[in-house]
Design a protein around this ligand. Structure first.
Ligand SMILES: *[C@@H]1O[C@H](CO)[C@@H](O)[C@H](O)[C@H]1NC(C)=O
Ligand SMILES: *[C@@H]1O[C@H](CO)[C@@H](O)[C@H](O)[C@H]1NC(C)=O
Length: 163
């Protein structure tokens, strides 16, 4: 497989989309039972498994409220082309078809600032976009970027989160 560098910018509210997938392949770490149940829960709601990163150590979903809680082995940062997304160690949200609402634990970088991602919506129509609700705007990303759980770089300075 060739390694290709795309320099194209994925801009906010842009309509020019890449038609070619840059989806990352799963890496070598073993897929835990927790990760499997997380990916099952996402898929049964029409959501791509790449919305949650690698490294899931526990996952629960309340059958009546569809509220899920995922725990990662470490808080981490993943890159989707030109967009950077941070995952806290603990991530929760409410699943419905094509959507995660009341999300917490995920933030996205926009103009060098971090914004909490409040919800995620997936458009499975021909546009095949993923919308990250960052409060003021929706960030749009191609669905193809979420085909696989992204590699996620653990935060380098855990001492920053001391209380
Ligand atoms: C699911 O959520 C409901 C409402 O918050 C709660 O009463 C119930 O105990 C939860 N079930 C589990 C298994 O946690
Ligand atoms: C992530 O965790 C930090 C520290 O606990 C917290 O301040 C922040 O609000 C969390 N981010 C999100 C998006 O929930």
């Amino acid at each position: 497989m060739r390694l290709t560098t795309y320099s194209s910018l994925l801009l906010l509210l842009t309509t020019s989309l890449l038609s070619h997938s840059l989806a990352q392949k799963p890496h070598a770490s073993p897929i835990t039972a927790a990760a499997t149940s997380a990916y099952d829960a996402l898929q049964s709601h029409g959501l791509p498994i790449g919305l949650l990163p690698c490294g899931i150590t526990s996952f629960t979903v309340n059958a009546s409220t569809a509220r899920f809680e995922a725990t990662l082995d470490s808080p981490c940062t993943a890159k989707f082309e030109n967009d950077v997304v941070h995952y806290n160690r603990s991530i929760s949200g409410t699943l419905s078809y094509g959507e995660i609402a009341s999300l917490s634990g995920v933030s996205a970088q926009e103009l060098f600032l971090w914004f909490p991602v409040l919800g995620i919506k997936v458009d499975l129509s021909s546009s095949r976009l993923v919308y990250f609700d960052v409060g003021v705007v929706y960030k749009m990303l191609p669905l193809s970027l979420f085909e696989w759980p992204p590699l996620c770089t653990p935060d380098s300075s855990p001492s920053m989160s001391t209380f």
